[in-house]
Design a protein. Structure first.
Length: 117
């Protein structure tokens, strides 16, 4: 992914994360489908995405997700889901997964920006 595409992906994935988190909290052991990042990039035309708009969307959506999570009782962290291709996870595991996904793409974006200089 280019920097433009990475920002579009991060913005796009906020909806995926939000749905996964909310379903894990609100449903009993929901089955969460896998998502294909490469297909999402094609379907949502990441190559043409406005990076500033992607960053705004990411920041706003992430703030909403964080507000939702912060309002949850401590007992919610042990709620379980089943991720396709991964297996059983708790809400805590899912939160760690979100941060790892972000970190991977942030690292890739930084490396791409450094390579330009």
């Amino acid at each position: 992914f280019t920097v433009r595409e990475s920002l579009a992906l991060l913005a796009d994935w906020e909806d995926v994360w939000s749905q996964r988190v909310r379903r894990t909290v609100e449903e009993d052991s929901p089955q969460l489908p896998d998502a294909d990042e490469d297909q999402m990039a094609i379907d949502h035309d990441y190559r043409s995405a406005d990076p500033e708009e992607s960053l705004r969307t990411y920041k706003q959506s992430r703030a909403e997700l964080v507000r939702y999570i912060r309002a949850l009782p401590d007992s919610a962290w042990s709620r379980k889901c089943h991720r396709e291709g991964v297996g059983e996870m708790t809400l805590f595991d899912l939160a760690v997964n979100i941060l790892g996904h972000d970190g991977y793409h942030f690292q890739h974006t930084l490396e791409s920006l450094k390579a330009r200089t």
